[in-house]
Design a protein around this ligand. Structure first.
Ligand SMILES: Cc1cc2nc3c(=O)[nH]c(=O)nc-3n(C[C@H](O)[C@H](O)[C@H](O)COP(=O)(O)OP(=O)(O)OC[C@H]3O[C@@H](n4cnc5c(N)ncnc54)[C@H](O)[C@@H]3O)c2cc1C
Length: 568
């Protein structure tokens, strides 16, 4: 079995028309072909290369990681002498991916990476998550190295990046007991010692995934007396250096049990500053979190795929009332909704990945030469799209992964409640997706300004003009009505000029925008390949009702009615 080649939707996404632009920008006209044996010489060669690597990821995921998932879930990691010991299967997964050279995928070749664009890298994340969402965290934290590559000085890059490519694990140390959604409140202290010219970290971090990783990116308060984001800087610490970072305990969790969630104590831990002081949260962590949110989007789509696979197999096999349960409308409707939500969020995932890819490629080019005015305008446009799409992707993909995991159990009936079937673990693993890397509520906070500034509407207008197969003409008309409802709802909310009322209704208008965007993406995909036609139609029917529901709610809701909802 191979989780890449048995899923034609992935190859389809790799053949998207924007890939040509992405690869050309990323490879800067293929100027590394004479420097590295494995650097592609042209676009076809690059795509071929991604596919070959993805075949390997797909095989390891299906043949090693997925079979290990149940054992890892049971065994979990342990803490011995303040160090984390992975479950046996976790170590085996990690070794297999390291041996196959699948760490540092998106890092520059000069440091031992594959220089993959984000789109195929994110795809690998989806594939690994389909096999085991908990393990996907350990592998996916190689994202941290991206921020080292982007913002650190050359000495730091040379010290850390080759190690990531050889399989050194990473962690992202932001959260503290009193600083969760509100990272401005971070207190872990960074002190510069003039005498030896080194920064030292002291304090506690909580809920840190893979907290005993070798390479740690830490958000810390470097400016004494400060209380907000401007007093925070970003550091990289080497956990192999000494024993100044102790794992106090690992959490006993509902799901993703193989992924150690650590409480850490830093005592005079030497660290290097990444980038400029005071920019820790404002610039670097925002960039890191945006990448990680894309990662959770991929993880969520992988979980939805796993939930679908399990439900479909069971529904075909299980017989009641003399026939396979898949023949009952109530069951096949559930299955088709899981699939439609899966395909809608997959379309949103790769659209977002493409936007991020383009603006990041321009960012990399800008570090080597001045961009032309046209390039700069294009860069800014894609950066805005990436900013707008990342929170709706994270929110929808994670919420749908939960709904799909729930329905997967429902399709299994009583058996789904038992440990004997994978859907039980998938359901538990899914639950964290709407929480970490910013809860769904915080994604709404990030997304609402793209509603009020009209960024979503502008992109929706762009999709409206894209060629869509005539067989979907009636759907286009229905989408036009949905857009009108969206515009009216947004006007009503914004015209209130009441910040609390806008916050109260934010989730609804953000969801309306997201539904409309996913409908268009599915119609555009279905125009390119009929394998998406069914899901396009099913999702549109569902989305239409959701959009009308929110529109009705907002239409009949007066500003002063929020008082009734206050629980004080
Ligand atoms: C398994 C696991 C792994 C994790 N891994 C990491 C990691 O690797 N690195 C790391 O740094 N952190 C990690 N975290 C921490 C995680 O990112 C935080 O738990 C998450 O951001 C929420 O913060 P909190 O738990 O403090 O909740 P709180 O911030 O206290 O939120 C509680 C509730 O209030 C809501 N809320 C808070 N503020 C607002 C607001 N402004 N508007 C609307 N609603 C709001 C939230 O949506 C939520 O419903 C992990 C957490 C878990 C559980």
């Amino acid at each position: 079995m191979n989780y890449y080649s048995n899923n034609p939707a992935l190859k389809f996404q790799l053949s998207h028309p924007l890939m040509q632009k992405i690869v050309t920008l990323r490879e800067q006209n293929f100027n590394e072909k004479d420097l590295f044996d494995f650097a592609p010489k042209d676009f076809e060669d690059a795509i071929d290369n991604y596919e070959r690597v993805m075949e390997i990821v797909g095989e390891i995921a299906a043949e090693i990681i997925a079979p290990n998932a149940e054992g890892v879930d049971k065994e979990g990691p342990q803490v011995i002498n303040n160090r984390v010991i992975y479950a046996r299967g976790t170590q085996e997964n990690h070794d297999a991916l390291t041996q196959a050279g699948l760490y540092g995928m998106s890092l520059p070749r000069a440091y031992g990476g594959l220089n993959f664009p984000l789109t195929p890298y994110v795809m690998s994340g989806e594939i690994v998550s389909r096999a085991d969402a908990g393990f996907a965290n350990i592998w996916g934290l190689q994202d941290c190295a991206e921020t080292i590559a982007e913002f650190a000085d050359e000495e730091t890059k040379k010290e850390f990046l080759p190690r990531v490519c050889e399989g050194a694990t990473c962690s992202m140390d932001l959260t503290e007991p009193d600083a969760g959604s509100d990272l401005q409140a971070v207190q872990l202290k960074a002190t510069y010692n003039e005498h030896d010219g080194v920064w030292y970290l002291n304090g506690v971090k909580r809920f840190i995934t893979n907290g005993d990783a070798q390479i740690k990116l830490v958000l810390a308060r470097s400016e004494e007396g400060s209380a907000d984001a401007r007093g925070l800087s970003y550091f990289v610490a080497d956990n192999n250096f000494d024993h100044t970072i102790k794992v106090r305990r690992i959490e006993n969790k509902l799901g993703i049990k193989g992924s150690p969630t650590c409480e850490l104590v830093f005592t005079n831990t030497p660290a290097r500053l990444v980038g400029s002081r005071r920019m820790g949260l404002i610039k670097y962590v925002m960039s890191l979190m945006n990448g990680a949110r894309l990662g959770v989007g991929a993880q969520s789509v992988g979980v939805s795929q796993a939930a679908y696979d399990e439900a479909l197999a069971y529904a075909r096999d299980r017989r009641q009332f003399g026939k396979a349960i898949i023949e009952f409308p109530a069951v096949y409707e559930m299955l088709s909704m899981i699939k439609a939500k899966l395909e809608a969020t997959r379309a949103l995932l790769y659209e977002t990945a493409r936007f991020v890819d383009i603006y990041k490629a321009y960012e990399a080019i800008e570090s080597t030469r001045k961009l032309t005015p046209e390039e700069r305008a294009d860069y800014k446009e894609y950066q805005k799209l990436a900013d707008a799409f990342t929170p709706i992707l994270k929110m929808f993909a994670s919420e749908y992964a939960n709904q799909n995991a729930y329905d997967s159990i429902q399709v299994h009936g009583g058996s789904g409640f038992m440990k004997d079937y994978a859907c039980e673990r998938i359901y538990r693993d899914a639950r964290i997706l709407t929480i970490y890397e910013g809860t769904s509520q915080l994604q709404t906070v990030a997304a609402i300004r793209h509603v009020t500034t009209g960024n979503y509407l502008k992109q929706i207008r762009y999709y409206q003009e894209q060629p869509i197969s005539p067989e979907f003409n009636s759907f286009k008309k229905r989408l036009d009505s949905m857009i009108t409802l969206y515009e009216n709802a947004v006007n009503r909310v914004v015209d209130s000029k009441n910040p609390e009322y806008i916050d109260f209704q934010a989730r609804r208008v953000v969801e309306m925008a997201g539904h409309i965007i996913m409908c268009y993406l599915l119609l555009i995909d279905a125009t390119r390949d009929s394998m998406f036609s069914k899901s396009a139609e099913i999702y549109l029917k569902f989305a239409e009702v959701e959009v009308r529901k929110h529109a009705t709610y907002i239409k009949h809701f007066e500003v002063d009615q929020i008082d009734k909802y206050r629980m004080v």
